[in-house]
Design a protein around this ligand. Sequence first.
Ligand code: 5GP
Length: 220
Amino acid sequence: MTSPSQISVVRRGLMLVLSSPSGAGKSTLARLLLEKHPEIHLSVSVTTRDKRPSEVEGIHYHFIKRERFEKLRDAGDLLESAEVHGNFYGTPREAVENALVAGKDVLFDIDYQGTLQLYDKMRTDIVGVFILPPSATELKTRLERRAEDASGVIEKRLKNARTEIAHWEHYDYVLVNEDLGETFRSLEAILAAERLRRERQLGLPPIVDRLDQELATLTS
Ligand code: 5GP
């Protein structure tokens, strides 16, 4: 006989969207999640921004020229796109669609503009999580500690933080990232619960039917 823990129900992949102002810890949380859950597919965006010294083409982003970006966007090859801090960013459509069809969960590190576009197109697949920094001072310190952006860029990102934070109410979940370990555990809890949502568990009807038949036999 199969014990309940051995039953694995066929499931539709979900789209886990993380947004936050720059420096709130979103990229670190995304990295930790992918390390611990290698089954999750990361959506690698295209961007027209310059590569930072620590970044790798194809891992962090696909770095492309503005002309190519516009071609991809106009051809409908981007699931969403937005201008952030004066640069263009977008999510390549095909990789996401392939992952979802294969039943894989997909992780997105995108801004509120992109999230709103995805909510519009694919509401039932999206789990939107907004990460807030504990304070403005902490946000500034984290941006300075990263030390990969010029001071003018940091100032721009701090100004844009207000716009990003103003959209927190559109998200399904909001986490205040005071303690990274605790925030990560909350993120994992969200993922675990969302994976179990009834409408995502496509394999439930035959299981329930079988249970019903077994119960009917037992009680007849
Ligand atoms: P950064 O330049 O620091 O890597 O990213 C700047 C902002 O752009 C971050 O808030 C990040 O989440 C967002 N971003 C990265 N990729 C995408 C994307 O494909 N679409 C959208 N809409 N935003 C993105």
